[in-house]
Every structure is written in C-alpha cells, then in structure tokens.
Design a protein around this ligand. Structure first.
Ligand SMILES: Cc1cc2nc3c(=O)[nH]c(=O)nc-3n(C[C@H](O)[C@H](O)[C@H](O)COP(=O)(O)OP(=O)(O)OC[C@H]3O[C@@H](n4cnc5c(N)ncnc54)[C@H](O)[C@@H]3O)c2cc1C
Length: 310
C-alpha cells in the first residue's frame, strides 16, 4: 500500500516524488522512459538555479534528489488504474499491481505525428522526432524541421551544428520561439525559415529525398532534402485518467485546479499532461510539488477503511 503512486518518470514525476517523500508519504514512481521529454534536448538554460545543462543532466539531478529519500521507482508501463468503493486505487503495470491511496498523473505527452503520405514508410529512414538522437546521422546534409514552437527552433539550432542547411517549415505566418532563440535563428545562416507553408508529402523510396509543399517556395512545390524532423507538439497521455472519469479539455489535457487537483478526489495531475498553456520543466515541477502537498493533505484528512472479506 502506497500513500501516493506517481505515473510518469519525467521531471514532474520525480519532483513530486521528492516532495511527497519529504512529507513522509510512502511513494512509488512508475515510468517507461527515465527522465521523460526533457532528455530530448541538450540545451536547458531556463531552469532556475542552473545556468545551462543538458536535459538528461537536469532529469538526473531531480531524480537523484528524489532518490535521497525512500522513493520506490519501477521502470514499467501502467496499463490500467482502477478505483474501488473504499477510495483505494489499483495501479496496474506490466509487472505488478500497486494499491494506492492517491495517484498523480505526471504522464506527459507523446509526439504528434505528421500525418502525410510517405511519413510511415520513411520513418527512421530520414523521418525523425529527435534531433538530439539523430542529428549526427545528417552531418553535412540538408534537413528540415516542421514546427514553429520554441522546441522546433531549438531542434533547428541543434541540427545547424551538424547539417549544411536546415529549413524550418511552419504553417503559420510567424514562428514563436523564445526571443533569445528567435535571435539565434536570425543569426544562424544555415537556418532558413519558410512560413505559411505545410508539408503535404514526404518523398523518397528507401530514404527521404525531399518534401512536397502546399505553397511554392522559390518557385517550386518540391524541396530537396535528406531528412525531416517533426516538432509539432504532443498528444497528452491522459487515456487512463479518462477511463477513471477524470475530466479533460478538448485537447485531451487533464483539467486541474491551482493545486493540481482533478475532479476526482485522490487523483492529481501535473506537467505536460495538464491543461496549461505554458509547458516547461519548471512549470511541471511546480505543479508536481503542488500535487504532492495536496496528496499529503488528502491522505491525512481522508478516512480509509479497509474491509476484510472472509
Ligand atoms: C525538443 C524539446 C526541447 C525542450 N526544451 C525545454 C527547455 O529548454 N526548458 C524547459 O523547461 N522545457 C523544455 N521542453 C519542455 C519539457 O521537456 C517538458 O515541459 C517537460 O519535460 C515535461 O515533463 P513531464 O514530466 O510533465 O512529462 P514527460 O517528460 O513527458 O514525462 C512523462 C513520462 O511519463 C511516461 N508515461 C506516460 N504514460 C505512461 C504510462 N502509462 N506508464 C508509464 N509511464 C508513462 C512518458 O513516457 C514519459 O517518460 C522541451 C521539450 C522539447 C520536446
């Protein structure tokens, strides 16, 4: 029996675990990808207290802090969460079942796929979702990044360290990175921004050779390239919460109040999976900390009755 089971081993989950354990809750963290999304970047320069570090370093720092307390960590996938009539939760993984008084969804998002012809056939043959993982494979090659967010801009800047040319292709009129990254993009001569344009097809047979555009660029709707990196946001991992009756918004993000509480007592949510506009490591950690404190209150203020069956 745990006071709190946390689903997700990203910065939000580990930050919450550290706080919960300090509040002397018995806590378990279950996650499939250690460190989560932040490990996709080699440049984190906006987490207070650390001027610059890689995403993996940040995740490890927060995890190490959590591990300074009695936090149980399982590498695994949660396949179901069930609530019983006594307000206990059964958190079921591919390895075992946890009995919990409260649950925190810190489950983040999976990448949104670019749904165009050629995508599925050429995935991992030039179509990638991780510049940090795959950039060295495209040394001195021409690539594109699809997207206009700060993450997309950072992916383009990282790729520019390896590639001869990086197109940043965005469907709207203006990309929207942080000002500091916008200036870096302007200064980086290898990055060329193409706005008001969608990629409608990825071309190639054994490997990516180019893309088709819905708006001609330099007089052509074909753009030759060796790789395409997709950075068009994510889809929240909220399905298990929805099955429990947790309310989500139209984007399937879990709806929380200012203390990371959901509509179901005992279920909390924080980080990229929730209905906040600004999704960063620091905001996720802060929401996770709120959730840990509210779980502490909930566990201490709720009367749990274990009924025995003969
Ligand atoms: C390229 C890029 C660069 C970025 N750069 C920055 C930056 O510089 N600064 C910054 O603050 N933010 C940055 N971000 C955003 C930041 O990474 C996220 O906001 C943050 O990592 C979210 O953390 P999280 O713990 O809420 O979710 P996640 O990191 O997504 O962690 C959730 C984890 O839960 C796992 N999970 C989901 N469902 C289950 C299940 N059923 N069972 C087990 N595990 C499950 C997921 O696989 C994942 O590992 C960047 C994002 C990207 C993509």
């Amino acid at each position: 029996m745990y006071d709190l089971v946390i689903i997700g081993s990203g910065v939000t989950g580990y930050g919450a675990a550290m706080y919960a354990a300090r509040l002397e809750l018995s806590v378990a963290v279950i996650g499939d990808v250690d460190g989560g999304t932040i490990t996709l970047t080699d440049d984190v320069a906006n987490y207070p207290g650390f001027k610059q570090l890689t995403g993996t370093e940040l995740a490890n720092q927060i995890k190490n802090h959590a591990e300074a307390y009695p936090v149980y960590i399982e590498t695994g996938t949660v396949t179901d969460v069930i609530k019983d009539e006594q307000n206990f939760f059964y958190v079921i993984t591919d390895k075992k079942t946890y009995l919990a008084k409260s649950v925190l969804f810190a489950s983040g998002m999976k990448e949104r796929e670019l749904e165009v012809p050629g995508h599925d056939e050429l995935r991992n043959k030039g179509v990638s979702y991780c510049a940090l993982c795959d950039a060295p494979l495209f040394k001195d090659k021409v690539v594109s990044v699809v997207g206009g967010s700060d993450s997309a801009a950072k992916e383009a800047l990282l790729l520019a360290k390896y590639c001869s040319k990086v197109y940043l292709i965005y469907r709207k009129a203006k990309i929207r990175p942080e000002p500091i990254n916008a200036r870096r993009i302007e200064k980086e001569s290898k990055v060329e921004v193409i706005t008001n344009t969608n990629v409608t097809e990825i071309l190639g047979t054994d490997k990516v050779t180019g893309v088709k555009l819905d708006n001609p660029y330099n007089g052509s709707d074909h753009l030759a390239m060796d790789g395409i990196f997709i950075a068009i946001g994510g889809i929240p991992y909220s399905q298990l919460a929805v099955q429990l009756g947790v309310e989500v918004n139209e984007k399937n993000e879990i709806i929380i109040d200012r203390s990371s509480r959901t509509n179901i007592p005992g279920i909390f949510a924080a980080g990229d999976v929730v209905d906040t506009e600004f999704k960063q490591a620091i905001t996720g950690v802060a929401e996770g900390v709120h959730a840990a404190y509210q779980a502490y209150r909930y566990v201490n203020e709720t009367e749990f009755v274990i009924s025995c069956v003969d």
